[in-house]
Design a protein around this ligand. Sequence first.
Ligand code: SF4
Length: 514
Amino acid sequence: MPLIFAFPNEYSVGITSLGYQVVWAMLAQRPDIAVSRLFTDVREPLPLAAELLGFSLSWELDYVNVLNMLEQQQVPLRSRDRSSSHPLVFGGGPVLTANPEPFAVFFDIILLGEGETLLDDFLDAYQQIRGDDRATQLKALAQIPGVYVPSLYAVTYIANDGPIASILPTAADVPATVTKQTYRGNVLSASTVVTPKAAWENIFMVEVVRSCPEMCRFCLASYLTLPFRTASVEASLIPAIERGLQATQRLGLLGASITQHPEFETLLDYINRPQYDNVRLSMSSVRTNTVNQKLAETLVKHDARSITIAIESGSQRLRNIVNKKLETDEIVMAAQQAKAGGLQALKLYGMAGVPGETDADLAATAALMIQLKKQVPGLRLTLGCSTFVPKGHTPFQWYGVNRQAEKRLQFLQKKLRPYGIDFRPESYRWSVIQALISRGDRRLADVLELTRGYGDTLGSYRRAFKALKGKLPPLEFYVHQEWPKMQVLPWEHLAGPLPKATLLKHLADAQQAM
Ligand code: SF4
């Protein structure tokens, strides 16, 4: 069965995605699939008549390349314009799992959830109905948990430019709610490709944990992928690392909260063995109160100079609002431990525009950074700061982006510069585009198609909204407005790990802390 598996960006970006690597390896291992990889710059020889065309979407704005690649393959952009003579277009990956709706009309199938079992379930089912017409195929595939067929759900609106009125299956035998697939095993992902052409050259990546038990109320990486799972050290991590380090000297430990692995110390001891002395180690950001001297020394021994912690805010009040279980003393301690272990730099991540935030909270963040600078001299400090962006399936999904956030980022910049603290704000405009996509519904497809021609600036999105005025709500509705709790959400028919009632309870807890 000929299948094209595309990554809508360059090879160096695609091959650095652990998700893309793992899915490609699963496809390549199936005897019934002949898979060809397609990137925007390179491709393997493609079949003349692919039956399946899959995309892994890791970055929102890569949708432009999805549309370009469909055109190059002479496949109509919208699912409704395709027939059995075209490949079945499927997609997966973090962007589509977070909120597939803005892209829904471009895909015949969207795979929601974790690939480990979902991909095989999808392909096995497809084998059974290969010869059927497209409508029969889609209905049959829609029965599989995690397989979402957007065209089988009709969305109605209160008004053309108003909120959604309903999202209903188009037939009685289509499930009313699509459930995601959750993998329950203790063997997590590891690289299947090591290449100098990757964005992180020659890195071998190992997934240490999946999801995060902390449940900060804005956090998609936690809420959307619950429950928290850990890779078995014996069955998953050590065999993978042994395999990988035969091919390279660069190891990346991945996961939203790796130091919360119950056997993280054992893993560090293993990496600290003399035969791995030359291994260069990198890790994603770690929980602040798990930074200790041993962790810092391990990093230093393996060629790292800095460690990253996410504090969200210097204000205890704000950390309570977002459910960040972290005391100011613990932040100071983490900086001291990092320095004692020999690290030269500490990177902290914060956020501006969080629901309930006041100017005093921003001042507290600036004050904390200045306190750290004084209390832990010699440690280079960087504060990366993003703007709060609402994400579906989190308790903060109803809030909009705070229009004050841009000013607040500038405030931090002004406060921190005189102290030699490196401040790196994420672009506010980019946060607005992210929010648009994260709370978008199907009507956004028209905007995306228009913007493709205009260029990927916020001005282009504004221009597209102007051109489509009256046909969908204004940009402000998606990005800035606080949505009523009763309003039908664009992802109302897609079940997340937690029921809406639980999210509302977590939201009420946050509001109490405000
Ligand atoms: S600790 Fe980090 S990864 Fe975990 S829930 Fe909070 S923000 Fe998300």
